[in-house]
Write a new protein. Structure first.
Ligand code: ATP
Length: 240
């Protein structure tokens, strides 16, 4: 059975339909990379799965249970954790406080302050600094660490490399790769196709709210993803 099953999901912002009839599954241990250009609907889809955005239609099943109407805080308790775009740390609190607060709201499990710091060693010297004073890469590591502190079964990551210096992206991805190798289940929104293909077991490309390409990562080429990303297949059909 899949850990996550999304069925015919529709999500809107007012009259604008951002997610259109999206269906896919993620099994335990898989990493699905969700790719697509700006405005394709990736963030809306992730937020809807996390319970931060109310769907207009369709269903979300988690561990076989219909969670479509379950509020965000309760989804966190059953194991769905979102690392939002822009990180959204409590900037006036220290890194340690950010991590411990999340730990208090989540479940017990392998992720504790110590194991999170082992996974993201760059946070160790910054533990007592206010989160708002950290560099972009350190803040991203803290945001992922905060989600891990809830001991999620499914980690939703929205554009973890956005706005980071290349060296910070390297550090964050090194830790992510280790997490994925250790068996984490991840749904990852990423603009960088190369990075995404480097860590994902599966790939889905969104265009204008729809999934237009879904494959196992080993069965897809970078060219196919790039074409889907920019909607070139459709443009080519329209002109032929
Ligand atoms: P990006 O990479 O730019 O974040 P995305 O693929 O994550 O893009 P979304 O942010 O989900 O896409 O946006 C999908 C569509 O919904 C876009 O047309 C966007 O303008 C619109 N949209 C997103 N958030 C809102 C909002 N709060 N109010 C109105 N429209 C929105």
């Amino acid at each position: 059975m899949s850990l996550l099953a999304v069925e015919q999901l529709d999500a809107r912002h007012g009259l604008l339909q951002a997610v259109r009839g999206v269906t896919f599954t993620v099994a335990a241990g898989e990493t699905l990379a969700l790719l697509g250009a700006n405005g394709a609907g990736k963030t809306t889809l992730l937020r809807t799965i996390a319970g931060a955005h109310r769907p207009f239609g369709g269903r979300i099943l988690f561990d076989g249970v219909d969670v479509t109407a379950v509020p965000a805080y309760a989804r966190l308790r059953i194991g769905i954790a979102l690392v939002p775009e822009g990180r959204r740390l409590f900037t006036g609190m220290t890194v340690k406080e950010n991590l411990l607060v999340a730990g208090a709201y989540g479940n017990s499990g392998p992720w504790t302050l110590d194991t999170v710091l082992d996974a993201f060693p760059l946070l160790r010297p910054r533990l007592n600094n206010r989160a708002g004073t950290l560099s972009g890469g350190e803040q991203q590591a803290a945001a992922i660490g905060r989600a891990l502190m809830t001991n999620p079964k499914l980690l939703l990551l929205d554009e973890v490399s956005l706005g980071l210096a290349p060296i910070a992206v390297e550090a964050v991805y090194r830790s992510l790769e280790a997490l994925i190798k250790a068996g984490a289940t991840v749904l990852l929104v990423e603009q960088d196709i190369g990075r995404a293909l480097g860590v994902a077991t599966h790939v889905a490309c969104m265009l204008e709210g729809r999934i237009i390409l879904a494959r196992s990562a080993k069965d897809v080429t970078r060219e196919q993803v790039t074409e889907a990303y920019f909607g070139l297949q459709r443009a080519r059909r329209a002109t032929s």
